[in-house]
Design a protein around this ligand. Sequence first.
Ligand code: AKB
Length: 319
Amino acid sequence: MQKILIIGANGQIGSELVSELRRENGDHNVIASDIKSSGNFDKYFVFLDATDKEAVRQTLIKYEISEVYLLAAILSANAEKMPGNAWHINMSILFNALELAKEGLIKKLFWPSSIAVFGPHTPRIKTPQITIMDPNTVYGISKLAGERWIEYYRDHYDVDVRSVRYPGIISWKTKPGGGTTDYAVEIFHEALTKGHYTSFLDANTRLPMMYMPDAIKATIQIMKADKDALQIHNSYNIAAVSFTPEELAQSIQKFLPDFRIDYKPDFRQTIAESWPESIDDSQAYKDWQWQHQYDLEMMVRDMLLHLSKKYHKEADLVL
Ligand code: AKB
């Protein structure tokens, strides 16, 4: 049984990934780590600053780790507030892991990229796997540079790195932190607690999104895929649903008819406008049979069912 380390285990994706990997591999085979306190995990958790290469090395050795999921990152909106720091953190975390993999201390590495690698000159509809990439955000620049480096390490040092370009991820269990797609999670919490949401993106801003179970499935599936089947050595496009804030609000209104939304776009609007509206993920389907499961209505229903329990608002839902 392989031993797994999750770096960034207290983040939006990390915390759900730890649970799923523990279910599949056993608790003691999945070590959660984060720079923030133990959060959700009271067992098999280590405090780890992933910018500290020696600390990562010691953790790998101590727990006899073979696979690493590197989920720590400063996301798009937060990165714009501290460009130098965000670049330093995002790149040094990746470089440390790549170097340790090159030394043989990591046998298989997962590192996520993002739709943020695309930019204003990228075709925005059904964005192809291979296309123009001119990101104009700090986060996007760091993810594109990261993609070039993982391909370099794979081609020159045979490091086994796997990667997908995550769209915005939506979950009822965990909240995102500092991204441009965060509105699509906040809206559910405020719909149930306040009956109203002010969106920081404009009504018609269409972005690619994915429900968390699909994101977890993609992450684990690409790690299990046969290495030789993976034709793409930088990062795979993956897709699920694309919608606008207005369409999401209308979908929520089917279950919560009194819900209201208004719009007050801020600096995140410019970021969103530089990203694709929808993604062509046919290469991921071809190479490792990737397919999403959740569409907009299934996701909205599931989100509201779970969150209405949390907020004791089950009676408000029209099902
Ligand atoms: C963000 O909004 O920064 C992230 C992403 C699309 O990578 N959710």
